[in-house]
Design a protein around this ligand. Structure first.
Ligand code: CA
Ligand code: CA
Length: 212
């Protein structure tokens, strides 16, 4: 079975798992979905053959983000997911050996089990290396703080900042009300353009926006 987003699977506080993969299932794939508001976000309730969880956002479930109850066989690919703000661990694994969950994000630059990061038991889950990205906008220069008042027709700068680790790349979308603002220019400077691929906390791009 394959579920491909984008889309939200929202339990609204349900006591059940958002997705229950039954023992004996084969080739379950979940990609580009948001799973929130359940007990376990995804429960793999027994041994399955091949499992692919790619680029999902699994957050704010009251128990585990992903719970795998037995040892899977075949091709196991669990990459590019963000496990964040789940009540239990981000990933719980009860099978034998280590469940490979490399190149996922856990909600903290430092990885799982620290700061705001979801939990993961290193004795059962291989979560190293992990990724991280957090994009945010700020007025530029930042001394103006989060809000800034300008007269109509005046241009001002905003900066796009990111805390990130071990990403090959990322995409983002800036939205604004074209009735209120005009985008003048967007400037990308190194390392946004061809910069270091690994560990680049707090990089900056700038945009000039005019109040119309
Ligand atoms: Ca559970
Ligand atoms: Ca590893």
């Amino acid at each position: 079975m394959t579920i491909v987003g984008p889309g939200v699977i929202d339990g609204g506080g349900s006591a059940f798992p958002g997705i229950l993969v039954q023992p004996g299932a084969g080739n379950f794939t979940l990609r580009d979905a948001e799973v929130k508001g359940w007990a376990d976000g995804i429960q793999v309730a027994g041994a399955v053959v091949s499992l692919k969880l790619i680029d999902n956002w699994i957050h704010n479930n009251t128990d585990a983000g992903l719970q795998v109850d037995a040892t899977p066989s075949g091709v196991i690919t669990i990459n590019g997911n963000l496990f964040k703000a789940n009540g239990g661990d981000g990933v719980v694994y009860s099978g034998s050996g280590l469940l490979k969950t490399e190149y996922n994000s856990w909600g903290d630059l430092g990885g799982p089990n620290v700061g705001a990061g979801d939990g993961a038991n290193g004795a059962s889950v291989d979560f190293t290396p992990w990724t991280f990205s957090e994009l945010y906008m700020d007025v530029d220069p930042p001394a103006y703080a989060l809000t800034r008042s300008v007269p109509e027709t005046t241009s001002f700068d905003v900066a796009l900042r990111i805390d990130a680790a071990k990403l090959y790349g990322l995409t983002f979308q800036i939205t604004y009300d074209p009735a209120m603002l005009t985008l003048n220019t967007t400037t990308f400077t190194a390392p946004w353009a061809g910069g270091p691929a690994f560990r680049c906390p707090r990089r900056q791009a700038s945009s000039s926006i005019a109040a119309t």
